[in-house]
Structures are given as C-alpha cells and as structure tokens.
Write a protein of this length. Structure first.
Length: 248
C-alpha cells in the first residue's frame, strides 16, 4: 500500500495508520507544576474549534474547558494564553477525542458529550484578525492550473529533532533540502497539487507550515481537507495551531 504523505506516526520514522481526528481539537490540561502529584496527572480538558472563511483562512477561535471542580466553562483568554504564555504552553497537551473521553470518564465526568453538544458550551469567542490575501509570488499559476494559493499555518510549542526527522522521511524531503525548511512534502490529488515546507519562525511562535496550492479542478474542497490533515498531523506531534493565513 502506498504511503500517505499527510500522515506521520508520532515518534516513528515510518507511516502508520492514524485515526482521522474529530472536527474539534482536544487538549489535556495539566496541573500547575507546583501542584502536581502522582495522583493528579491531568486537571481537565479543553476543546477548541477555529472559525474560517470560505477560503479556509482563520477568523476566530471558540473553546470550552472542563474540570471536575468547575464543570464546563469558556474562556477566550485561556486560548490566547496557551499560545503565548510559556507556563500555560507547558500545561496543555494536544490529544485525541478518544483520549479526552477516557480522561473525562476517569475524572468523574461520565460520557463526554458529542461535538454538537460541546459547541453549545462555546460562549467566549476569540476573534482573529483576517486581512485580504497578500500577493506573494507570481500571480499567474503555471500552465494546466487556474489558480495558485499560498497558506501559512502558525504553531506554538516545540518539536524534537527525531520528530522533524520522521517528517522528512515520510514526506520524502529531498536530501539536503534548503536551509530555510526543516522538512517539505508534495501531494497530487485529483488534478490539484500541494507542496509544503515546515519552518521555524520567530521567538513566540515555534513553527509554521507554508502550503502552496495549485488548483486544476473546479472545486476547492481538497484545499480544506489537506490543510486540516496537515494541521492534525502537527497537533499529533505536540504543536498547538495558532492561525491559518492566506498569502496568495
């Protein structure tokens, strides 16, 4: 079976089947470092969902958190903090819905509500500034394509060296590559082409994924699916998505 370049098994150097994530993003919230003890490994869970424009760029973020002491609540300031504050970054770990269900049950919450119910707990929306796409690179797509798009997905937190190596292996990054790109990949899907580069950025944002899209089909459905899959893979390796911007 051919390897899927969008899926990288966490901590592995080869491809493994990874369950398609929920449409919501789930996180485990750890106790403060001074409060941690072996009996309290996880304090609660956090559920998030980005709101997006029709071109898949980000316009905002909703969340709902839960702890056994406080029940369900919503806090835009928490979503900001887990992307900018080093202490909060250290306390939040991306996870799957399945693991969130297990933790919720273990902490006494019972059965975790489905995604539709969880969205009713989104009460404190965080807007994210969104501007018209900047025109970077050639305006005209190459022959055979009718549109060229460039996206940047920003992430907080760090990757270990062996994780970056696993991306290079499964994405078949050419030996040597470029000094500006830690890993890169390419996908052709039903007449559309996608290329991406994983890069370090700045001091407050650890990584970004630059994705160039060449559209050869009339529909743009594949754009959202590929961006979602790539973002999910990086979440599975511990990064926290911040925003998706469109540059072209």
């Amino acid at each position: 079976m051919a390897a899927n370049p969008l899926r990288v098994a966490p901590g592995a150097s080869d491809v493994e089947a990874i369950e398609r994530p929920s449409s919501l993003d789930y996180y485990l919230v750890l106790p403060r470092h001074d409060d941690r003890d072996p009996a309290t490994a996880v304090e609660g869970i956090l559920v998030e969902e980005f709101t997006r424009q029709h071109d898949h760029s980000t316009t905002g973020l909703d969340n709902a958190g839960w702890t056994s002491e406080s029940g369900w609540w919503s806090s835009a300031s928490l979503s900001r903090a887990i992307r900018t504050d080093p202490e909060m970054l250290a306390r939040v770990v991306p996870t799957s819905r399945r693991e969130a269900e297990s933790v919720y049950r273990t902490l006494g919450g019972g059965q975790l509500p489905d995604d539709t119910v969880l969205r009713t707990y989104f009460l404190d929306h965080q807007p994210i500034a969104n501007a018209p796409p900047l025109r970077l690179g050639p305006e005209q797509p190459p022959a055979g394509f009718h549109e060229r798009r460039v996206y940047r997905v920003l992430f907080a937190k760090e990757l270990r060296a062996e994780q970056v190596t696993s991306f290079r292996v499964v994405w078949r990054t050419p030996a040597g590559g470029t000094s500006a790109s830690a890993a890169s990949g390419h996908l052709e899907k039903d007449g559309d082409q996608f290329t991406w580069d994983l890069r370090r950025v700045g001091h407050t944002l650890a990584w970004c994924l630059d994705v160039t899209v060449l559209l050869g089909t009339a529909t743009t459905d594949a754009v959202g699916a590929v961006l979602s899959d790539l973002t999910a893979v990086l979440r599975q390796h511990g990064l926290i998505p911040v925003t998706t911007e469109r540059f072209a």
